[in-house]
Design a binder for this molecule. Sequence first.
Ligand code: SAH
Length: 356
Amino acid sequence: MSAGQEKAQLLNMTLQELGEYMKSAGQPAFRAGQVFAWLHQGTPFEEMSNLPRTLREELAQTCEGNPVRVLQTIRSRIDGTIKLLYRLNDGHVIEGVLMRYKYGNTLCLSTQVGCRMGCAFCASTLDGCARNLTAGEMIGQIVCANGVLAAMEPGQSVGNLVLMGSGEPLDNYDNVVKFLRILRTEGGLCIGMRSVSLSTCGLVENMRRFADEGLPVTLSLSLHAPNDEVRRQLMPVARHYALQDVLDACRYYIEKTGRRVIFEYALVHGVNASPEHADELAGRLRGMQCHVNLIPLNSVPERGLMGVSEREVDAFKRTLERRNISVTRRREMGDDIEGACGQLRRRYMEEGPRKE
Ligand code: SAH
């Protein structure tokens, strides 16, 4: 590749694509596996020690390793959660959250710069969607997070992923599917689909298409309402898809993958959080292989929406339990570091780097 051309994005390639690329560069097939392994470990080209020096130099000049850089990390004093701000090649800034549980590290990934779904309570969508992320930019977030973890504590790495950062994964379908295929490749990050949760606001056609991909991740559905009327108040997407059709697509996903679906339900004071709403919800979910995750709303002052009291959460939860719906209240993490979707990025854009 000659100078002046765009650099080849190696992290955006499947192992097979990388093989073809190396072949076209006149390299033997086995080099692809070596480069793939190094790239996914976050090793710079110069340090890929089992490659000939000339190849390392050539790759450094013509290719890009990781298109994502860590701009800032902020660590919660409460629970060790780490908020990450990343910078992309074109200057866009995205964010992620690294949650440290006893059983391992979970990374919350972004799939788009912003989001165009317009949910009333979500900070990610306030400025719309600037662009989709590539598969390589999703892998790149994990490689960055692994670097941050290893620097803090050798041997630590990301074990679980939730596609719950900025963006609607099923609105960036092809790149997300490619990302998942690269993610599980042996010799790379090798993270299995059982360690991944994908959260969607419910794009029905793509949910059904995704069920047929043979990528059995845990599907989380952002439900947030027991009926169409309430759902439309919070989520513009509900004007396009009836709740009945969304739930049918969930049933299809359960049937195809054998996995239960998780329903996310953010409790918004005065909108969807009454015991009557809980009762209606239980009726709609009856007989489904599912679990409800109650999220006390992270208030977004820009939209004038308020969270609920502990008493309201408990009452809602008890009503579901009485109707035999499996339910938990989501643990709030990183409350002191703007852990909710899009909040930190937004503050960064408005005020610049936050002082520790
Ligand atoms: N677009 C996808 C994934 C990103 S949002 C989706 O809609 O599912 C990840 C989860 O955080 C969703 O369930 C979303 O509804 C929820 N969320 C967004 N803003 C929130 C807030 N202010 N408080 C609580 N949950 C919020």
